[in-house]
Design a protein around this ligand. Structure first.
Ligand SMILES: Nc1ncnc2c1ncn2[C@@H]1O[C@H](COP(=O)(O)OP(=O)(O)O)[C@@H](O)[C@H]1O
Ligand SMILES: [Mg+2]
Length: 501
């Protein structure tokens, strides 16, 4: 059963119960007031509203009825009439005697203009003996008895009392009022039903549409939840769910994209050297390399390409291990200054061979000022994996040497010690990374356009690996460059408190 129908049914049930209770209440009240079930029916079926007679009215009307029947002439006796009238006075009722077409006698309370016009016609069967009549804007309830005088003129005797016009009005309008009340109830029912179903069913339908859109994979919309009720909360939850779903779908797509790109890069980077190796082998086989020098050259190239591939595969392997978090790190507390000292001493030979000058600058360090580190001067300790950190530096230096375009190459190492971190800068005076490349050089497989064309070898993984390792050390790596003047790579590592072990 739909909520709409359910609401409708429950409201209708409520309405019915209300009406039944209302009817029961009216019935009970009417019975209590009139003391008679018959009168209750009268109350609803006609405007012969019957009010209970007071005792004097009752007795006087019975007495006059007998008089009218047995000795109607007595009803023409003013003394008797006055005596009866006196008995009616305490209840504000009066007596009226009719003879032929005119009023023979009327108590002072009943002397109202037009009374003779509104009296009902004679009816000797005396069936409709009680009613209400209206004259001059006033209402009178009566009990009457019609008879004939001995001279055969028609006569009637009335016990009459003025009643409130409102009571009469209400009584005459009672059926209309009840109908109106019922209509009001029905209208209220309809309105309530409309309102509630609007405030529940409509937002639910909206949510349903939203859920369907989500099911169909549409996530770029907003489930609005301006309401503060349960449905508002439900909408908010829907909205949160949509956002989460969207995020995860986007992440999934990103992964997928990355995977595709990775595969295409790997295939490309492996395919290129293999194609040229095959080309050279083919050349040798076909006898193109017909002199020993040429053969030597061919074999050299083949060996170089194979080594390049070997290195590429190594790097790929390293990178994917890092990416998967499968490469174990053995962190130890190392004195970064001594670590760099050692590394640069080794590097020195290499650089000399390649005619690149090395400068090693330490700032804020005891040893820089020519002193031995005293007890108050702590060494700069970082938590690092020696071998991996070497790898980072090697990849950076490798680039500096590989892309060096000056005859007098220079390489400068800088170490700055801060309160919470140490900063290592490696600067060269090479071509400088193009500004548009800087945001991408730490991405895997990214190679500057120039380096790609220059065929200087390289996978585009060197700096990506460096970044992975530095991140694993909870550090940052960044680059800045001046085109034509040189590149600087900056590594920031968190500094450990206390001395090295
Ligand atoms: N010292 C440098 N001087 C000039 N360009 C550099 C330097 N270091 C890096 N680059 C640029 O950044 C790119 C990414 O470097 P890297 O990740 O090591 O890849 P690869 O060296 O294999 O090309 C290089 O292709 C090059 O364009
Ligand atoms: Mg490199």
């Amino acid at each position: 059963m739909s909520i709409r129908l359910r609401l409708l049914l429950s409201y209708t049930a409520m309405l019915l119960v209300t009406v039944l209770l209302f009817v029961a209440a009216v019935f009970l009240i009417a019975v209590a007031v009139t003391g008679d079930v018959q009168h209750v029916r009268d109350l609803f079926t006609s405007r012969y509203a019957v009010m209970p007679l007071t005792e004097p009215e009752e007795t006087v009307s019975v007495e006059t009825k007998f008089l009218g029947k047995d000795s109607p002439e007595k009803l023409l006796d003013p003394r008797l009439l006055q005596e009866l009238e006196q008995r009616l006075e305490p209840v504000n009722a009066g007596l009226l005697v009719r003879r032929g077409g005119e009023i023979y006698y009327a108590s002072p309370v009943l002397r109202v203009p037009g009374m003779d016009q509104v009296l009902p016609g004679y009816e000797f069967g005396n069936i409709h003996v009680r009613d209400i009549l209206e004259t001059d804007g006033r209402y009178f309830a009566y009990v009457k008895f019609d008879f004939t005088y001995s001279d055969k003129t028609a006569g009637g005797v009335y016990v009459m009392k003025e009643v409130s016009p409102y009571a009469e009005l209400a009584r005459s309008l009672l059926p209309v009022l009840i109908l109106f009340l019922l209509l009001m109830l029905a209208l209220m029912n309809g309105l309530l039903n409309l309102h509630v179903s609007r405030s529940i069913v409509r937002p639910l339908n909206k949510l349903k549409t939203a859920a369907e859109r989500i099911r169909d994979g549409e996530l770029d919309f907003h489930v609005d939840s301006t309401r503060r009720d349960e449905i508002g909360q439900l909408s908010q939850t829907f909205e949160d769910m949509r956002k989460k779903l969207k995020e995860s779908v986007e992440l999934q797509l990103q992964y997928e994209e990355n995977r595709k790109e990775l595969i295409s890069n790997i295939s490309h980077d492996l395919k290129t050297p293999i194609t040229s190796i095959l080309g050279y082998v083919e050349g040798i086989r076909d006898g193109v390399a017909d002199t020993p020098e040429k053969l030597d050259k061919y074999l050299d190239t083949i060996a170089r390409k194979a080594k390049g591939m070997d290195r590429l595969i190594d790097e790929l392997f390293l990178y994917s291990k890092l990416d998967l978090g499968k490469l174990p790190f053995t962190f130890e507390r190392i004195d970064i200054e001594r670590f760099l000292d050692d590394y640069l001493t080794e590097l020195q030979f290499d650089l000399e061979e390649r005619h690149v000058a090395l400068r090693w600058e330490k700032q804020g360090l005891a040893s820089a000022a020519g002193q031995k580190a005293g007890p108050g001067q702590e060494k700069a300790v970082v938590l690092a994996d020696r071998e991996k950190l070497r790898r980072v530096l090697a990849n950076i230096v490798d680039n500096s040497l590989k892309y060096m375009d000056k005859a007098e190459g220079q390489l400068r190492f800088d170490l700055r010690i801060g309160a919470d971190e140490v900063v290592i800068e490696v600067a060269d005076n090479g071509p400088g990374i193009a500004p548009q490349d800087i945001p991408h050089i730490f991405e895997r497989f990214y190679r500057g356009e120039k380096s790609r064309n220059a065929d200087s070898g390289g996978s585009g993984l060197g700096l990506a690996i460096a970044r992975q390792i530095v991140h694993e050390h909870r550090g940052f790596i960044a680059a800045k460059a001046v085109p034509g003047k040189g590149t600087t790579i900056i590594i920031t590592l968190p500094r450990e408190k206390g001395a090295e072990r």
